[in-house]
Design a protein. Sequence first.
Length: 379
Amino acid sequence: MELIPYRDGEKFGFCSPDKKLIIPCKYDEVSLFNGDLTAVKSEEYWGVINKKGNVVVPIEFSSIDFAADLIIARKGDDFSIFTKAGKPLNFLTKKYDWFGSANHPSLIIVTKNNKYGLVNSNGSEIVPPKYDFLSYFNNDMARFKLNNQWGYIDKSGKEIIPPTFDDAEDFNGELSVVKQNGLTGVVNKQNKIVLPTKYSSVTINDNIIRACNFSGDYIHCTFFDKLGKELLSLNGDYIYIRDFNEGIASVQKEEEKYFIDIKGNKLFNFTSRDYESCKEGLIAMNFRGSWGFMDKTGKFVIEPQYELASSFSEGLAKVLLEDGNVGFIDKKGNLIFTINEPFALVSDIKDGYAIIYGGREGPFIYGVVKKDGTKYWAE
C-alpha cells in the first residue's frame, strides 16, 4: 500500500508506510485506495478523494463503487456515473436503470427493465440488456441466465458456452461446475465437457476435481485432473472425503480419520473434529481443546496452546490468545504482534497487511497492521 488508512481516535486519514500523515484524519470511514482514488465518508455521506486529498466526487452520496475506470455513486435509488477525473457521464444514467461492478478493469454491468447487459468504461454497449441475470467476471468469464438456463460469456460479450445448464458456478481457473437435471459435472472454457453431469457433488481445488456420489450414509469420490483424467477413486464405507490441499486430503472411514496423498496412501491418523485445510505446509488443528499446527507427517511443530487458530497466510497465522487478544505467529511459533480486537474481525495477512474491521451497520476498516507489527493508528 502506498497510502494506508490511519486512525486517530474515531477519525480516519491516510499515511505512508513509515506512518507519515499524508491526508488528515477528518473522515468517519474510509476505504482502501483503488488506484489513485478512494471512497471516504463524512457523517452519513460518501464521496471520492485522490491521493492528494482533493475531492473528486462530492461527499453527498449514500454509496460509492469503483467499476472499470468509472465511479458509480448512488443516492437512494438514483445513480450518478463519473470518470476518474470527476466528470459526470449523464448520458449513461439516462439510458440505464442500474449499475454495478463487473469485477473487470474495463466493463460495467447495467440493467434496463430488469434485464442485464454490459458497457465498457467509455459507455459503449458491449452486451445489450437481454439477460435475466449476469454475474461479475471470474477468470475472464461471467455467468448469465436466460430463460432459466445458464451459460457463460467472455469479456467481449461473446457467448462462449450457450445457456444449456440448470445451474452454473463461477470459473475456478480453466474449469467450472455445472448442473443438469439435479446432477453435477464440469465444463472448461472451450465448452468441452470435462466430466459429464452424473455426480451428486463436484468441487474443484488446487486444479484437482473431486466428484462424489452418495450411497446411504457413505460417500464415494473420484479425483480427476483438469483434463478429466482419473487420479484416485475412493469407494467403501467413507463418512467424508475432503478436497486436496497442497497434495493431501482428510478422510474418515468408520471411526478412523486420517490424511492421504493423491495416490491414496495413508499419511497419518488424527482424532480432532476441528481443523483447517493445509496451507503453506501446515495444518491448524484442535487437540483436546487447544489449537496448534501440524506438518504433513502428523507432527505438531507448534504445540496446541491457542483458543483458536486460522491457516497460515504469507508466513503468519492468526491465533486467539488466552488473554483474549488476537496474535500473529510465524512458523516457529514466535509471537510477532498482538491486537486487542475480536478474532473474527481481524483478517488474515494479505499483501503484507492485516485489516481490522468494525461497525454495527456493516464492516468498515477500523485499523491496519503491517506484518512486521507496525500499527497504523494513534495509541
